[in-house]
Design a protein around this ligand. Structure first.
Ligand code: URA
Length: 233
């Protein structure tokens, strides 16, 4: 395997960034700084990136998890909170692709395929994401139109979104919203910009992958067609 693919497959960074690290002399193979960016790795090679030994996973696994609220989308947490990795029933180390807030539930991809994860997290590889949000107050049609057009969430104007007002009671509205980017706390910030607080948030779709009937806290393996679809980005 070419060295830049080896580094990307281990989840360190993209192939292009790997090439940069090589040219900066930050990659060693078997203790020697690597000079040749086209180097083909061999069985038994020890590859170090910035002093850390790295290794691509030998068996790639892909899961779709229905993340519950109260879990951190990370592989470690200083505060000792529950981690999404605890919910994947495999000895193989996987990591989450992208982020859902601690109090957001729903669809999360978990994999050990570093190259795919890097691609999906790059802005050019973003899929549309659909959320169901319960927010405080009544969201008007005019407000829905502002969300759909694109709204300033503090130094960033969101790209056009699809917004459906599903139902409301006296104090809250349930809205389905499809966004393209994945800025930090984007859906919460979009509603905050209009004075509504998000009290419940669930991701139900990523591209054409849907959460379906998967129970909260459960995960399932992605099928070959679903994996191919994600790889086509
Ligand atoms: N938008 C948010 O505000 N939070 C999430 O977890 C995901 C999208």
């Amino acid at each position: 395997m070419r060295i830049n693919k080896y580094i990307a497959s281990a989840g360190v960074c993209s192939r292009r960034k790997a090439d940069e690290l090589i040219s900066e002399g930050k990659v060693k193979v078997n203790g020697q700084v690597l000079k040749n960016p086209g180097y083909q790795t061999e069985d038994g090679d020890v590859v170090e990136v910035q002093g850390m030994v790295i290794k691509p996973a030998s068996k790639l696994v892909y899961y779709l998890l229905n993340k519950p609220c109260g879990y951190v989308t990370s592989t470690a947490d200083k505060e000792g909170r529950h981690l999404v990795t605890e919910l994947v029933p495999d000895d193989i180390r996987v990591f989450p692709v992208g982020r859902l807030d601690y109090n957001t539930s729903g669809l999360l991809i978990m994999t050990n395929d570093g190259e795919l994860a890097n691609k999906l997290m790059h802005p050019s590889g973003e899929f549309d994401k659909t959320y169901v949000a319960r927010v405080t107050g009544i969201v008007t049609r005019a407000e829905a139109a502002r969300l759909a057009k694109g709204i300033d969430i503090g130094g960033f104007v969101t790209s056009p979104a699809e917004v459906k007002l599903l139902r409301h009671d006296r104090n809250s509205t349930v809205v389905e919203i499809t966004i393209h980017e994945g800025k930090n706390r984007q859906v919460r910030r979009m509603f905050e910009a209009l004075g509504h607080e998000v009290t419940e948030l669930e991701r139900i779709r990523l591209g054409n992958l849907t959460i379906g009937k998967l129970a909260t806290g459960q995960c399932r393996k992605l099928g070959p067609g679903e994996i191919e679809y994600l790889k086509r980005v």
